[in-house]
Write a protein that binds this ligand. Structure first.
Ligand code: PLP
Length: 375
């Protein structure tokens, strides 16, 4: 053992402009390096109360059940499904990219029936088809959709989809992993019921935490369950003894203390900037990037009205090997951009402008580096 060739890991410096994680601000990294204290320490509990308020502000909600799941976005996704969906339920699931497909998988693993509304990758969820599916499946427990589909760079109309679900008496499960902090996520205005996000996209904290929020209707549905939540770890009725207990918090699992310092700091930074200003910054950086790409003869996959500012799917020109371009960007400029996923593999690059990676410096660097590599 003593002659194992190991040493401290020193990650290279990168510029993160892929689909996440995004660049983490030194303030957030410094916050995470502060001394670890107990997760029931009164000082820590005070920070957690603040964190809850900051998350409520970011989600634009007054939902009491708002907290961070100890796990990545996929854990937040799973928390929403396992708490709300029971065996035998029917769920209308919208699939227009990779993450809608993951939602369907969750529905089926809960022992429920997934009614899939499919749309082409690169297009938003079609509200007309969703209405037909809800009408054809009276009593559906929920409508599930991805607000910002990271695999394609498409925004779907969450306000309309939530309104349709409610008109048919269904709950809504909304994936806001890539949207929170980058474009409006208006949980109370939409009447969204269970919404989850991730720490590593437009919030620009390291990966590994998943903010979630449950509306009072969703909490009622949880209380009305006939069966136990099949996951002990993600059972919100147990988890709230820790997150919702205020000064009387009790042990559920050992919270990732330092990671939560980081998320708290990133949300303090978002609060200082202002949510509206952050949305405007993402939009402005997207416009700058788009103009530069177009000047280079590069086009975007998604039609203008449903383009996400924070995730730009750029069409790979004919005759260009997309993987070689990404490898060169990384080797020569330390710049990470993303590859296409699934049906879009080899066809697009995914350029992220998320959180701390949505700055003029990032846009100029990306355009200059692409110009340098594409020639
Ligand atoms: N949903 C969407 C839209 C995502 O973009 C991602 C991650 O990229 C996830 C869910 C899963 O999040 P994580 O990778 O943090 O588990």
């Amino acid at each position: 053992m003593s002659n194992l060739p190991v040493q401290s890991f020193q990650p290279p410096l990168r510029i993160l402009m892929g689909p996440g994680p995004s660049d983490v601000h030194p303030r957030v990294l410094a916050a995470q390096a502060r001394p670890t204290i107990g997760h029931l320490d009164p000082a820590f509990v005070g920070m957690m109360d603040e964190l809850k308020g900051l998350l409520q502000a970011a989600f634009r909600t007054a939902n009491e059940m708002t907290f961070a799941v100890s796990g990545p976005g996929s854990a937040g996704m799973e928390a929403c499904f396992v708490n709300l969906i029971e065996p035998g339920d029917t769920v209308v699931v919208c699939v227009n990219g990779v993450f809608g497909g993951r939602m369907k998988e969750n529905v089926e693993r809960c022992g429920a029936r997934a009614v899939v509304v499919e749309d082409a990758w690169g297009t938003p969820v079609d509200a007309g088809k969703v209405e037909e599916a809800l009408a054809a499946n009276p009593g559906a427990k929920a409508l599930a959709f991805v607000h910002a589909e990271t695999s394609t760079g498409v925004e779907s109309d969450a306000a309309i989809l939530c309104a349709l679900a409610h008109a048919h008496g269904a709950l809504t499960i909304v994936d806001a992993v890539t949207s929170l902090g980058g474009i409006p996520v208006l949980v109370d205005q939409w009447g969204a019921d269970a919404v989850y996000s991730g720490s590593q996209k437009c919030l620009s904290a390291p990966p590994g935490l998943s903010p979630v929020t449950f509306s009072p209707r969703a909490v009622e549905a949880l209380k009305a369950r006939k069966t136990k939540v099949q996951s002990w770890f993600l059972d919100l009725t147990l988890l709230t003894a820790y997150w919702g207990g205020g000064a009387k918090r009790t042990y559920h699992h050992t919270a990732p203390v330092n990671a939560l310092y980081g998320l708290h700091e990133s949300l303090v930074m978002l609060h200082e900037e202002g949510l509206d200003a952050a949305w405007a910054r993402h939009r402005a950086m997207h416009e700058a990037l788009r103009a530069g790409l177009e000047a280079m003869g590069l086009g975007l996959l998604v039609a203008e009205k449903s383009r996400l500012p924070q995730l730009n799917a750029v069409t790979v020109p004919d005759g260009v090997d997309e993987a070689t371009v990404r490898a060169q960007l990384l080797a020569r400029f330390g710049l990470e951009i993303g590859a296409g996923l699934g049906a879009l593999a080899g066809k697009v690059w995914r350029i992220g402008l998320m959180g701390q990676s949505a700055t003029p410096k990032h846009v100029i660097t990306c355009l200059t580096a692409l110009e340098g590599v594409l020639g």
